[in-house]
Design a protein around this ligand. Structure first.
Ligand SMILES: Cc1ncc(COP(=O)(O)O)c(C=O)c1O
Length: 186
């Protein structure tokens, strides 16, 4: 594919000046948004969050017709551990009640010890990645190795924090995570 047709492809254009590209539909996978390609949001999470944000609903008789029993009990359980409810300042590291459950989940899933003290909550992956990059970049000589194809956040954040060199490694390349000599010298 030429670089021009790559641009059209990226813009979701499937034809140009009468020339038809050999596809009819573009599925945007560049920002990894499952709902963008039709996945439904997880109702349980939204319902629990609704009750956490408006706990007065739990006192209404109608609550059991509006929300399933597992949602109600999860919301009550969490509210009992969140002093002040949602909307108030939490621990800077993130709500302890949530970090405890994440640590339990990691232990069960991965079979390795975890603890709430090791968990830091952020609102999405981007702030966590940016914090880590900011810690790693002290001056423009600090280089960050970014696998390509990459999510745009990485190179953009390295530029923002004035880390100069981005060494790229093609992840599909059979050399694993090692850089080629050419890339190391960039
Ligand atoms: C590889 C990669 N990094 C970072 C992000 C950003 O995640 P968030 O939207 O949670 O900030 C995404 C989102 O799709 C991603 O695919």
């Amino acid at each position: 594919m030429s670089s021009l047709s790559c641009c059209f492809f990226a813009a979701g254009i499937t034809s140009c000046d009468g020339f038809e590209f050999p596809f009819k539909k573009v599925v945007f996978a560049n920002i990894g948004n499952p709902q963008g390609i039709g996945q439904k949001p997880i109702t349980f999470v939204r319902q629990v969050l609704a009750l956490l944000d408006y706990p007065e609903l739990l006192e209404q008789e109608a609550v059991s017709t509006l929300f399933p029993a597992d949602v109600i009990s999860r919301a009550k359980e969490l509210l009992s551990e969140i002093p002040g409810g949602t909307g108030a300042y939490s621990e800077s590291q993130g709500l302890l009640a949530v970090r405890k459950r994440i640590a339990d989940f990691i232990e069960r899933r991965d079979g390795v010890p975890s603890s709430p003290e090791q968990i830091f909550l952020t609102d999405g992956a981007s702030p966590a990645v940016q914090m880590a990059l900011q810690l790693c970049i002290k001056d423009p000589k600090d280089a960050i190795m970014v696998p390509v194809p990459q999510y745009p956040l990485y190179q953009g954040s390295v530029n923002l924090f004035e880390g100069h060199t981005v060494v790229r490694e093609f992840i599909f390349c059979p050399v694993g995570w090692r850089c080629s000599q050419r890339e190391e010298s960039v």
